[in-house]
Write a protein that binds this ligand. Structure first.
Ligand code: GA4
Length: 339
């Protein structure tokens, strides 16, 4: 059964009709990180308040680091299925196809998830690549660069939020032995007649759900994709805002842990990915997470008489366990809300 599911030559249309949903074009924030620091931090906080989402350009992650990982990802997904299965099943790390999480969620994608711990990368690489040391150094370089960008963004947020300890957020994801995850998602085209279609804007019901609606459990997600559209965010129930693809940008999502750390000021953005009818989409997402025993508590400056403490203290391990016991689209943070 697993083998049949992984065979992407058999493209079966998803039963989910998207025609009834609302799609709204919105200019989402694109923040140029080469601008003046105080200006950048203002724009970031504004974007996190309004959308829990923004794009960054001039982000400083070297192109050659991105291009190398993209090449490795494309080569991996182009391999015959039995070879890819050597890196699986994804429980939760390794190669997965169509199944998401542990509770029956499905999507039109295949993926590779890696724990970013250096030892784990070296071990995993042996099942993924014919040249494991090359693969693990490409993956490590990418993680290091993108983690650095994530830390920088979190410091900018703390500065603008006037938190005294400006490393309070970045410290959570800086540890190389933390629980951050790297995920490569490959969305093969789901074949429908695509004559005359604008493939960069999947606005219609010829697109299928590749990865269903959810928020990311971690602190911050930095996602880069090729120039094929598919990512959508939702800030209002049932209304989807397409994110224009830009291979030179990183999309940044507020995760559930940053919502908790900001005492509910930033909202972890709900998002999903649609498949494209004609083109293959590949995204590379870094999910910045703390170590398992880290306690998630908002800094004192973000708890005020006007904004009382919203969540009870908990560890990332507790939150992660709850996430994996629920379905993809569930709102997990509600379980940790004070009454
Ligand atoms: C969403 C963000 C990351 O891709 C991920 C996903 C994880 C998985 O695919 O194994 C989860 C999902 C994600 C949220 C809730 C749980 C866990 C599937 C699922 C149903 C790797 C993560 O950390 O959480």
């Amino acid at each position: 059964l697993y083998f049949i599911q992984t065979n992407f030559n058999m493209v079966v249309p998803s039963p989910t009709p998207l025609s009834t949903e609302k799609v709204r074009a919105v200019d989402l924030p694109i923040i140029d990180l080469s601008a003046q620091r105080s200006e950048v931090s203002k724009l970031i906080v504004k974007a996190c308040d309004k959308f829990g989402f923004f794009k960054v350009i001039n982000h400083g992650v070297p192109n050659h680091i991105i291009a190398k990982l993209e090449h490795e990802g494309l080569s991996f997904f182009a391999k015959p299925v039995p070879e890819k299965l050597r890196a699986g099943p994804a429980n939760p790390f390794g190669y997965g196809c169509k199944t998401i999480g542990l509770n029956g969620d499905m999507g039109e994608l295949e993926y590779l998830t890696l724990n970013t711990n250096p030892l784990s990368i070296v071990e995993r690489s042996k099942t993924i690549s014919d040249d494991p040391s090359k693969f693990s150094s490409i993956v490590s370089d990418y993680i290091e660069a993108v983690r650095g960008l994530g830390c920088e963004l979190l410091d900018l947020m703390a500065e603008e939020l006037l938190v005294t300890d400006t490393s309070v957020f970045s410290r959570l994801i800086r540890d190389v032995n933390g629980d951050s995850v790297l995920r490569l998602n490959h969305y093969p085209p789901v074949q429908v007649d695509c004559k005359d279609m604008d493939t960069s804007h999947p606005h219609d019901n010829r697109n299928m759900v590749g990865f269903g609606e959810h928020s990311d459990p971690q602190i911050l997600t930095l996602l880069r994709s090729n120039d094929v559209g598919g990512l959508q965010i939702s800030i209002e129930d049932g209304v989807w805002i397409p994110v224009t693809p830009d291979p030179n940008a990183f999309c940044v999502n507020v995760g559930d842990m940053l919502q908790a750390m900001t005492n509910g000021r930033f909202v972890s953005v709900r998002h999903r990915a649609l498949t494209n009818s004609c083109k293959s989409r590949m995204s590379m997402a870094f999910f910045g997470a703390p170590s398992l025993q880290t306690r998630i508590i908002a800094p004192p400056e973000l708890v005020t008489p006007n904004r009382l403490s919203l969540y009870r203290p908990f560890t990332w391990a507790e939150y992660k366990k709850a996430s994996y016991s629920l379905r993809l689209g569930d709102s997990r943070l509600e379980l940790f809300r004070k009454c």
